[in-house]
Structure formats: C-alpha cells, structure tokens
Design a protein around this ligand. Sequence first.
Ligand SMILES: Cc1cc2nc3c(=O)[nH]c(=O)nc-3n(C[C@H](O)[C@H](O)[C@H](O)COP(=O)(O)OP(=O)(O)OC[C@H]3O[C@@H](n4cnc5c(N)ncnc54)[C@H](O)[C@@H]3O)c2cc1C
Length: 387
Amino acid sequence: MNLELNEEQKLIQETARAFAKAELEPIAARLDQVDDQPAFLGNLKKLAGLGFMGLNISEEYGGTQAGMVAFSVAITEIARACASTAVTVSVNNLVCEVIQSVGSEAQKKTYIPKICSGEFSAGCFALTEPGAGSDPAAMTTSAVLDGSEWVLNGSKRFITSAPYAGVFVVWAVTNKVVPKGKGISCFLVDAGTPGLLVGNAEKKMGQHASATNEVLFEECCIPKEALLGNLNDGFRVAVGELTGGRVGIGSLALGIGLAAMDYATKYAHERVQFDQKVTKFQAIQWMIADAYTELEAARLLLMQAAFKEEQGQSFTKEAAMAKMYATEAANRACYAAIQMAGGYGYSKEFPLERYARDVRVTSIYEGTNEIQRTIIAREILKNIAQI
Ligand SMILES: Cc1cc2nc3c(=O)[nH]c(=O)nc-3n(C[C@H](O)[C@H](O)[C@H](O)COP(=O)(O)OP(=O)(O)OC[C@H]3O[C@@H](n4cnc5c(N)ncnc54)[C@H](O)[C@@H]3O)c2cc1C
C-alpha cells in the first residue's frame, strides 16, 4: 500500500495550490460580495489553460488524462481559495465525463475540447427540477421526437453555471408509459438554442460567484443527433456519473474545511488571553486535534474512492461514504474554526464566516447526505451474506 501521490499528481497539486494562492485567494472575498463575472470567468479560462477542466478526460479529447486522484487533489487546492471556482471546475469535469462515457465520437470531438480548452467557460449538468431533486426520476421535462428534431419542454432548477455555459447536458422524459426512471434520456443542448432560456438566479447563502439558475425549455428544438447515449437510458447515466461527481464535492468540502482550520489555528496561535496564547488552552487544542483528524480521515476516504475508480473497480459505496463524511467533517471544521476565533470569527473582517456559508451546500448538492446514507446502506445490505 502506497499512500503517497505520484509525481504527476504532486505536480498537479502544486500547480493548483500556486494558482489558487496567486489568482483565486486575492479576489475570493470580493467575489463573495460583488458580482464580477469577467474576473471569475477569466480565472476559469486560466485554469482551463492549465488543464484543470478535463483532469480525468482522455488526451484525445483535449483532457489531461491524469485520473481521479489528481482531480480530487486539484479540487481541494482550488477550494482552499475559492469554493465558487472549485464547484464550477468540478461540474465542468463532470460534464466532460458524461460526454466521454456515453457520447458518440462526433459529440466527444465537438464538445469536450471546447470545455477543456476554455473556449466554453462552462458546461451544465441539468438534472434537478422544481419537483424532482433527490428523486430525479420524478422529472417532468419532456422530449418528443418530431421528424428530425427533439422538442423539449419543461424547467430545471438550481443549474450551476447556466448563464455562461456553452453546452447543457439535459435530462428529459422520452417515454411516459414505462415505469418511473425507465423512460428518461439525455441530450446535449447548445447555449443560445431558441427555446432554451436561462431564468432566475438563486439568491444563495454562499458560493456567490458561481451562478445557479433556473433553466427553461419552451418548444426548444434540437437535432435528432443531440441524443446523448442510448434512448431511455438517461437515468442510469445520471446516477452513474454522479458517483464521480461526489468525489469532486467531497474534495471541495475538504478544501474549505482545511482553509478554515489553517486560518483559525494560525490566528489562535497569535491571540493572547489570560496572558497566554489561546492555543495553550486544552479546549482549543482539542478543537484543532478533532478537526484535523476528521479532515485527514475525509482525505483518506476520498483517496480510496478515487483510487478504486482509477482501478476500474466499483466505487459507489466509497464515493458516497467519502462525500458524506468529508462534507460533514468540513462543516464541523468551519464551525469549530469560527469558535476558535471568537467574535472575530463571526465578523466579515475574517474569511471564516464565508467558509462556513460556502461549505454548507456541500452536504446538499450532487445528492443530499441522506441520499448518500441510503446508497451506503444499500451497498452494504447487497453483500449481507459476506458480513
Ligand atoms: C447551489 C446549488 C447548486 C446546484 N447545482 C446543480 C446542478 O448544477 N445541476 C443539478 O441538476 N442540480 C443542482 N443542484 C440541485 C441539488 O442537486 C438538489 O438541491 C439536491 O439534489 C436536493 O434536491 P432538493 O433540493 O429538491 O431537495 P429534496 O429532494 O426536496 O430534499 C428535501 C429533504 O428531504 C430529504 N430526502 C429526500 N428524499 C429522501 C429519501 N429518500 N430519504 C431520506 N431523506 C430524503 C433530503 O435529504 C432533504 O433533507 C444544485 C443545488 C444547489 C443548492
């Protein structure tokens, strides 16, 4: 067993860390408060130039082909500086992976290089609907074949990157008669297609620089060839691809948790009360010990899930465990970090309250942690005979 990163993974980690420190960290607090899309998109373009949009994507399609461990460590480093950038990079990688895994050769060659190179600032993963979140099979957006075109109608909610995406991977019902989940297909819809409308922006608690919008389809016509993967196989594709996405979200949460604890620990080591540094108090030492131990456990769970994916093994249970544990450990770490800094931790003068707002959503999106627990239990009970 070797727990060390290899040379390529280390290089990617160091590159991400250096970029995050130099370009993302200096503007993260401002982007939390004011809308500066050009600055945000400018950094995405630079990250694309460094190869971060297709870390687990074949070089043939413009990816970096560095694997899922490299993807995980890169997202953690980016999230240490800017969670909004990290979620956008994570979703872009996810969109590339969906297209790579089920797209036709023409679709792969048309879309993946554009996301990887930064020609498209982003791609969207449009699954959730107002009435279909944890239960995406309950979606009602429909796609009806009319001659040589599919006609899409319906609405999606909470779609990351919608205002500046070049392409949308969209799930829609193509057969209403079959049992739930068996008649859903996946499509590629170009931004700017008539009938594709980007609607209201969510007013969120955190991750303000990353746009999250409603997306509407009103008699939106796309070519027959825009079907992604097999007809009526879309639900399986969505569920399968979200497994990899969960490694991204767990890694993102880990980055925010580490940023919060690093900041709070350095501060507490300077702060003097009762004539001594507050890190001399056992109460503060235990917060440090607990949070870093949990974050390290989260890192190991993430590495295990990513490693199994690289080995071509099933990693459904491991990805769900890693996402659930990392996001909850990071939430606890962000709250502990605020406590360690006292009133300053609660003030906007410090970044700690931003970290706590940014980390909160990680236990909700790409499958809530209640759904992760359901997946973990299902996978364990599947193999009950081996227990
Ligand atoms: C900032 C942000 C960005 C997002 N980006 C995207 C995106 O790019 N693309 C996309 O498609 N979606 C996106 N989402 C949507 C996200 O994936 C959903 O919000 C999430 O899956 C939960 O769905 P819901 O909000 O409808 O909650 P609900 O499903 O309504 O859940 C409400 C509560 O009930 C619980 N619950 C539901 N079902 C069960 C069950 N079977 N067992 C136990 N508990 C259950 C949930 O865990 C939760 O606590 C985003 C959301 C946010 C907030």
